[in-house]
Design a protein around this ligand. Structure first.
Ligand code: PLP
Length: 490
């Protein structure tokens, strides 16, 4: 007599997706047992009958029964057949009861005070690709084919060390290529063993803060400044002193103020306003750092993109053995998803910070690092930067003209130096830059409000407008819409 179990399994089998018959049948029988359509102690159909009904080979059914038996779903009683195991339902029952008991809403998650503080100030944008997004380079121009060729060659027969954990703060060939590049292009004074490869500046800032600050210590940041630093300091319970920025860069807090353990600055191109730190200000900061026994953290995030005059050399290289931790990234020169940056550590910090980095983050990606080292050594990196510099210069010029034409010259930010990947549209003090940004974002125009970059309550109003990732020929229609939104909301 044909058993009901055959029909149940047959139906489940027909509804189970997949190509491999034994896998399909296995999943179908499991679901029948777990959902209860095959009850505990129910007799399983004889393998020959089931095979005929499903039009599969008997071997397939035998293989599946064997697997189900090994996993305890079914068991065989000598000379009476195969049955669904009774304890399956016991387990299922306890699971069901347990689920029913705990199916109440979770109590509110108990998060640390530091975490709540960070969440209240979370600033990373949920949208990372769209017109005028600041800080994102033209990722489509990256020479993917060239890079892939190098990468594929290395990946075809990788050195075994490329496939295990990195334990030395990055691959030697990349650190060596970088130290040569930084000495010549950025005037950084360093040897290869001072370089640590990180997953971008963000991770480097976290490492430096965790290793050099105790909870309750103080740090200086620029006002306005990069939001990422503030959240890292919050998470590490470090007190923030937000120092004003003028046309010469960060204005140091009065010397009577508490000693900062760290001073975070962007001397080559202040983020986000764009001023360049003057030589006297650099010298003042270095002398204050020596007096306070503080470290200056130089965030050199986009200095490769200066469109007129000479490149601004690093603050780190101004003196021998300066009290400066120099940090850079490939996010702006190549693309952010690469997640590769570097730190040039002062000699006394090199060994301990590399060790902490290794203990905390367990790095890897050596094949990409090896490919990048070759990309730099073969001159592709410098050529790409040169090409992008020309492209961005052109795009910036178009954007400046659009601002003048559609809004007026008075809307150009005070310190907009001829550099970087974004510029500032200055808005009147009573403008709602957050509201304007929200409206623009809703139309896919990803400008960001300047007031969000301030720590204190006194804020300038404006918009950060990226020009690197939008073709000059596509700028006008998008900018017209943005200008319309701005005018409607002033
Ligand atoms: C001033 C500044 N520093 C650091 C970063 C982050 O760099 P990374 O992508 O290497 O973490 C950014 C990103 O926009 C930035 O604007």
């Amino acid at each position: 007599m044909r058993s009901l179990a055959v029909d149940v399994i047959k139906q489940a089998f027909s509804q189970t997706p997949g190509e491999k018959l034994h896998k399909k049948l296995y999943l179908a029988v499991c679901s029948c047992i777990l959902e209860g359509s095959l009850r505990p102690a129910a007799r399983m159909p004889p393998t020959r009958d089931l095979a005929n009904e499903l039009a599969v080979s008997r071997n397939t059914v035998l293989r599946v029964y064997e697997q189900l038996q090994a996993e305890g779903y079914i068991s065989t009683r000598t000379s009476s057949g195969t049955f669904v195991t009774e304890s399956v339902l016991d387990n299922l029952n306890t699971q069901v009861t347990r689920t029913a008991q705990t199916a109440q809403p979770f109590p509110p998650a108990s998060l640390s005070k530091r975490c709540l503080d960070l969440l209240e100030n979370a600033s990373a944008s949920p949208a990372q690709w769209g017109d005028f997004i600041p800080g994102v380079p033209d990722v489509n121009s990256f020479p993917h084919r060239t890079f892939k060729k190098i990468y594929d060659r290395i990946a075809r027969r990788p050195n075994p060390e490329f496939l295990t954990y990195d334990a030395d703060g990055g691959l030697e060939v990349l650190k060596s290529a970088l130290s040569d590049y930084l000495r010549t292009a950025r005037g950084v004074k360093c040897s290869t063993d001072q370089i640590l490869i990180t997953e971008g500046i963000h991770q480097a800032l976290d490492l430096v803060t965790r290793t050099l600050c105790n909870p309750g210590d103080h740090a200086w940041i620029e006002e306005p400044g990069y939001w990422g630093i503030k959240n890292i300091l919050r998470m590490n319970a470090v007190n923030i002193t937000a120092c004003d920025v003028d046309d010469q860069g960060l204005v140091p807090a009065p010397s009577s103020a508490v000693r900062p353990t760290l001073m975070f600055v962007t001397p080559s191109h202040q983020y986000p306003l764009g001023s360049v730190m003057s030589l006297p200000r650099r010298q003042l900061l270095l002398s204050m750092a020596r007096e306070y026994q503080s470290w200056i953290v130089e965030d050199d995030y986009d200095s490769e993109f200066r469109f007129s005059g000479q490149p601004i050399p690093s603050l780190q290289g101004l003196e021998d053995d300066s009290p400066v931790i120099y940090i850079g990234t490939f996010s702006k020169t190549l693309y952010p998803a690469l997640r590769l940056g570097y730190v040039v550590l002062p000699k006394p910090l090199a060994a301990p910070l590399k060790k902490v980095h290794n203990e905390l983050y367990r790095s890897g990606h050596q094949i990409i690092q090896a490919a990048l080292a070759e990309f730099i050594r073969e001159g592709y990196y410098a050529a790409h930067i040169r090409k992008m510099r020309q492209l961005y210069n052109k795009r910036r010029t178009v954007l400046v003209e659009l601002i003048k034409q559609h809004l007026g010259e008075e809307f150009l930010g005070y310190f907009n130096s001829n550099a970087g990947l974004h510029l500032i549209i200055q808005l009147p003090a009573d403008a709602d830059d957050i509201g304007i940004s929200k409206r623009a974002n809703a139309e896919g125009i990803l400008v960001r409000p300047l007031s969000r970059y301030y720590f204190n309550s006194q804020k300038s109003k404006g918009l950060l407008v990226g020009f690197a990732n939008i073709k000059d020929c596509d700028m006008e229609p998008s900018f017209e819409r943005l200008a319309g939104i701005i005018k409607q909301n002033l």
